[in-house]
Ligand binder design. Structure first.
Ligand code: FAD
Length: 501
């Protein structure tokens, strides 16, 4: 039987480590002794600057003031991702963070839209999504009743610094040092302490592995195993560079498909984050660096940084008295900015199943099953972008088009193609996004729901117009994104930082 958990050691101080320290210290700091160890000499992965709307819930849970966060991390608002050249070269669509149109009880808006489109009385599918329209128009505002879904782009190193200060105020301790050895109790196989290069030893009841791709505790020590997904997601490298901004920040991430790669552009207040995610079987490191350098807009502020990765999941994200959070738990490439979401999912799931008295194997198994489900569904969504494409101009795209895909994804694609329906599997993260990306990538259902034919053409026209007018009404309340952001920061500056969260 394990002993009560009082002393928590967090190994690693990247985004994962500091998000974990912030949540545990704020929510359970009174009953826990929390120490984070990190090594400046090793540093962090240095990327991971685009998020999805769930981050707002994490910040609310912690009581983080949004304007304070925006100021501290040079953040901008994000309403979606624009996919350029993904369906075919020259084509683009925007995956916006909101619902498209209005569903009725029996069938989704896409069925009404499909018929209206056939009749020539509807515009593009995306025109009926407020967030997509706002993003394209460069607009933003907070609307009443959370009427506009949004996320952020932020500077990853400033975010870690911000959360480090936050965690410190809530009692988390920080230790600087390089972990040299992870000691294990031979009686039960639990981790007992971390030995640092200066000879210090940190003992604890529970250890959270946030050491990034090194996975020092969960893999190098506990050998929990890794399931590779590289046959479905062949990209295995990235080169990243920061540049000066050459235009006001757009409220969306750009994802531009290239011959054997794709490029991101993430606009912050003070600079732009750029990167090229590529498959090394099709493109060398040098060629990737060269391609990125050829396609950046502003003056580079940093040297290109090469990052190698493997997509897949750790077979057990919680094992014995060790939990993996962040890159140590596995990695899905950043196409839909989902890694930070998975960090917060693991943190919140751990808090719900927190082993107060002892580590329950049922809780551990539940955690691992749920974490696996989350990752697999997001994995399928990301594979969709590669698989459903008209591109066949390079070997890379021909591989993607023809590759076998997971059965779960095949079923989703077939269901949509044959019936126009998207099934939400359990509690999976993406719902409306599936339709936006399926339509965006060129997948068109063979038929729409027969219920739609109950409406006359006039009624259908009226319904589609109503949806449009509602979006027009919301659009008229939005401001220019950059001006709104500057205004928010200015108001915060005038009010002073105030009571820190
Ligand atoms: P790291 O940042 O690598 O931190 C590891 C920490 O462990 C560091 O503090 C390091 O010093 C410490 N450490 C390691 N070994 C030792 C040791 N021996 N002793 C002491 N300390 C040690 N996610 C998104 O949500 N959106 C994105 O847009 C996005 N883009 C990405 C682009 C790329 C190319 C990649 C590779 C990832 C991207 N991600 C993105 C993922 C995101 O970057 C990570 O999920 C996030 O940064 C968390 O990383 P981490 O904290 O797990 O690891």
């Amino acid at each position: 039987m394990s002993k009560p958990i009082k002393k928590i050691i967090i190994a690693g101080g990247g985004t994962a480590g500091w998000m974990t320290a912030a949540a545990l210290s704020k929510l359970m700091g009174d009953s826990l002794d929390i120490t984070l160890v990190e090594s400046e000499q090793i540093g962090t992965v240095g990327v991971g600057e685009a998020t999805i709307p769930t981050l707002i819930f994490f910040h609310r849970l912690l009581g983080i003031d949004e304007a304070e966060f925006l100021t501290a991390t040079q953040a901008t608002y994000k309403l979606g991702i624009r996919f350029e050249n993904w369906r075919r070269v020259g084509h683009q669509y925007l995956h916006g963070f909101g619902v498209t149109g209005r569903d009725c009880w029996a069938c989704g808006f896409q069925h009404f839209w499909l018929r209206a489109r056939q009749l020539g009385i509807a515009g593009d599918f995306g025109e009926y999504c407020l967030e997509r329209r706002a993003a394209e128009a460069g607009k933003f505002s907070h609307l009443p009743n959370n009427g506009l879904n949004y996320a952020f782009h932020f500077d990853a190193s400033l975010y870690a610094k911000f959360l480090r200060q936050f965690s410190g105020r809530h009692g988390a301790k920080r230790v600087e040092g390089k972990i040299d050895q992870v000691k294990v109790n031979p009686d039960n196989g639990h981790i007992s302490s971390l030995k640092l290069d200066n000879g210090d030893e940190l003992d604890g009841d529970f250890f959270i592995d946030c050491t990034g791709m090194r996975a020092l505790l969960i893999e190098k020590t506990l050998h929990t195993g890794f399931e590779s997904w590289s046959h479905w997601l062949p990209c295995d490298g990235a080169v990243a560079v920061q540049t000066e901004a050459v235009e006001p920040p757009r409220p969306y991430t750009r994802s531009i498909a290239r011959e054997s790669a794709w490029q991101w552009r993430i606009p912050l207040q003070h600079r732009v984050g750029n990167g090229l995610v590529f498959a090394s079987s099709y493109q060398s490191d040098d060629a990737a660096c060269h391609q990125l350098a050829e396609n950046i807009a502003g003056v580079p502020l940093t040297d290109p940084r090469l990052i190698k990765f493997q997509t897949g999941r750790r077979r057990k994200q919680w094992h014995k008295n060790c939990l993996a959070v962040g890159l140590s738990s596995g990695f899905l490439e950043p196409l839909e900015s989902t890694s930070i979401h998975l960090i917060q999912q693991n943190i919140v799931r751990f808090l719900r199943l927190f082993p107060h008295r002892e580590i329950s194997q049922v809780a551990v198994d539940t955690f691992n099953r749920e974490a696996e489900f989350d990752m697999e569904r997001i994995r399928d969504f990301i594979i969709l972008h590669y698989k459903v494409t008209e591109r066949d101009d390079t070997e890379f795209w021909r591989y993607c088009r023809n590759m076998r895909i997971p059965d779960t994804l095949s079923a989703k694609i077939d269901l949509f193609r044959e019936t126009g329906h998207v099934n939400r599997d359990g509690n999976e993260l993406f719902v409306d996004s599936w339709q936006q990306v399926m339509f965006g990538q060129g997948l068109v259902p063979e038929r729409y729901h027969p219920l739609v034919d109950v409406m006359s053409e006039e009624e259908l026209r009226g319904f589609i117009q109503q949806v449009s007018q509602q979006i027009d009404g919301s659009m008229s309340q939005l401001k220019d994104h950059h001006e709104y952001l500057m205004d928010t920061l200015q108001k915060k500056a005038v009010a002073g930082v105030g009571a820190l969260s």
